[in-house]
Design a protein around this ligand. Sequence first.
Ligand SMILES: [Zn+2]
Length: 246
Amino acid sequence: MREVLDTLIKLQEIDSSILSLKQTLEIIPIEIKNFEKKMDEIDKQFENENKKVINLEKKRKEKELEIEDINEKINKLKEKTSQVKTNKEYQALLKEIETIQESLKKEEENLLLILYDLDEAKKVLKGIKGDIDKKKKEIEDKKKELENQINIITQQIDEYKKERRQIISKLPSEFYEEYMELMKKHKGLAVAQVKNSVCQGCFLHIPPQLYVEIKLNQSIYHCPQCGRFLYYKPEEKLEQTQVQTK
Ligand SMILES: [Zn+2]
């Protein structure tokens, strides 16, 4: 019976390890998705700043064309001045030129403002671009690490499963069936330790007589409340030997 108990304990250890690895396997894809989301956010931010620059470039070109047009107009009017015959006409032309020159001045100021904004936007974009490459690399590395972890964990699970098959072959089938039923019923814990006379599966206080028997680890016992297999792990031993060696 001692052997059966040891086998059950070992089986539980393996199954607990497999379960916890499987839980990790479920979390990793979520983490990877989070990293991908972060990457999208960075791309979006870059896209937004890039759009700003493109828009300002467009505005700049339009403004420059506008200014060119105004200059052309002024030149034409200036040419006209040599052809006018009356002083009145001449004065009217000069006035017209003056008005257009004023609007030219205004548009040139507007162009300067656009150039200033463009310069700022370009600086921001450049900053983001430098950041993007760095962040993307970081995220890419983390993603790879997680994908690598998936492989490692999958391999570990396979190894545990192999070990599990070997262990089961040593376990009488009635115990294995009971074990599997308890596993299902208790969501992954069929073999519980008794610690300070408390079942670690359901936290029932084990009756003293039963506790004494369990402590011997010579037979298979079940928790009176949850039905799990129970075992006792002597923990005081270490302290005792330490005391003795002193
Ligand atoms: Zn219990």
